[in-house]
Ligand binder design. Structure first.
Ligand code: DX5
Ligand code: ZN
Length: 221
């Protein structure tokens, strides 16, 4: 699978979101990463559900990559208008019955991704390989942009890659958290396919978005 990027909208210029989204779409980026938080599963709040829904009306080719850091994420699917083409990642740690939630995502025509926080072992994904379209490996503790990478993240990516390859299923491996210029190549070498680009790369200061996107695409392909 070729390397793909998913720039994280919570790191973009919040006062100009429409033009930020349109710019990404024009650049041919595959996904826009939309972080939703409930202030409970993680101690922060970012983009709200109605904003995530509105993003849909602006997109031409790009798809939504919705990362829900909230307990019982299914409560927000209607408000976000989850449907065809979306990636929807829900946390293993945040659901009473994660299989049921993943199946509901699939029944809406969206791609169910299982997100795992740094303290969750890679092998928990074994129970869900028949349902999921992707695994989202968090390489920082979820909740805030601009954090350092958690120790052991490369090993974790490699472990998830091995499980996916052995399953022979078409499952995307996404990485989120401190995906920097320096580290994205090593993440790629360890098996990541989809890279959430935030404050340590595409949205770092004094870089033009077009150059930043091209630079990252070169590093991972
Ligand atoms: C963190 C979010 C990330 C965040 C990544 O909880 O899920 O999407 O935007 O940003 P950086 O690249 O700054 O770690
Ligand atoms: Zn995220």
């Amino acid at each position: 699978m070729r390397g793909m990027i998913s720039p994280s909208l919570m790191c973009a210029d919040m006062l100009n979101l429409r033009s930020e989204i349109e710019k990404l779409d024009r650049l041919g980026v595959d996904y826009v990463h939309l972080d939703f938080m409930d202030g409970k599963f993680v101690p922060n709040i970012t983009l709200d559900a109605s904003l995530i829904k509105s993003v849909k009306s602006v997109l031409k080719n790009m798809k939504r990559d919705i990362h829900i850091m909230a307990y019982e994420p299914q409560n927000y699917f209607d408000r976000m208008d989850v449907g065809l083409g979306d990636i929807v990642a829900v946390h293993y740690e945040a659901c009473e019955d994660v299989s049921k939630v993943l199946k509901e995502i699939a029944s809406r025509g969206a791609k169910p991704f299982l997100a795992i926080s740094p303290d969750t072992k890679a092998d928990v994904i074994n129970g869900y390989l028949d349902i999921i379209s992707g695994v989202l490996v968090m390489t920082v503790y979820p909740g805030f942009a601009g954090q350092p990478i958690v120790d052991g993240s490369f090993e974790k990516i490699a472990e998830v890659r091995k499980i996916i390859d052995e399953s022979k299923k078409d499952i995307i491996l996404e990485v989120d958290g401190h995906v920097s210029w320096d580290l994205c190549k090593k993440m790629r070498e360890n098996g990541a396919d989809l890279f959430v680009a935030g404050s340590s790369s595409v949205y770092s200061k004094d870089v033009k978005l077009e150059e930043a996107v091209n630079r990252m695409m070169k590093l991972i392909n």
